[in-house]
Design a protein around this ligand. Structure first.
Ligand code: RB5
Length: 149
């Protein structure tokens, strides 16, 4: 079964807990990088180790949630090998898997409903990469940039 790393800050704590319990019930293996309560924390402290687990392939995918999803996505995209997509609609959830082969998903706990958050995660986790030549070419260019910074 797919291994998933998760992280959040206080702005995404409730959603992370909800999504984690749904994923565990579905049989996914989840590694939780915190936070572990709704107390105020600094999102890089959780998002960075979570993204490193994805970048070094300890896990297959990562899901990060903060208030807007922006802070955690900025952090995640600084880690080599990570392609983190900040998503708030179902079309993008599918498209970013098919086009970008995104390996991390960021969402905003203060932006979308809990129901939509669960739907986005489901679509994102279940949509395969298209493997289309044009998308492979574009991702290779992204990887090239990643290696040269
Ligand atoms: C925390 O108040 C908030 O800034 C954080 O959750 C996130 O939205 C940052 O991008």
């Amino acid at each position: 079964m797919m291994k998933i790393a998760m992280a959040c800050d206080h702005g995404g704590f409730d959603y992370k807990e909800k999504l984690k319990s749904v994923l565990l019930k579905q049989g996914y293996e989840v590694t939780d990088y915190g936070c572990y309560s709704a107390d105020s924390v600094d999102y890089p402290d959780m998002a960075y180790p979570c993204a490193k687990a994805v970048g070094n392939k300890e896990v297959d995918r990562g899901i990060v949630i903060c208030g807007t999803g922006i802070g955690v996505s900025i952090v995640a995209n600084k880690v080599e090998g990570v392609r983190c997509a900040l998503v708030s609609d179902l079309f993008s959830a599918q498209a970013t898997r098919e086009h970008n082969d995104s390996n991390m998903l960021a969402m905003g706990g203060r932006v979308i409903s809990e129901e939509l958050m669960l739907e986005i995660a489901k679509v994102w986790l279940e949509t395969p990469f298209s493997n289309d030549e044009r998308h492979l070419r574009r991702i290779a260019k992204v990887t090239e940039i990643d290696h040269h910074r």
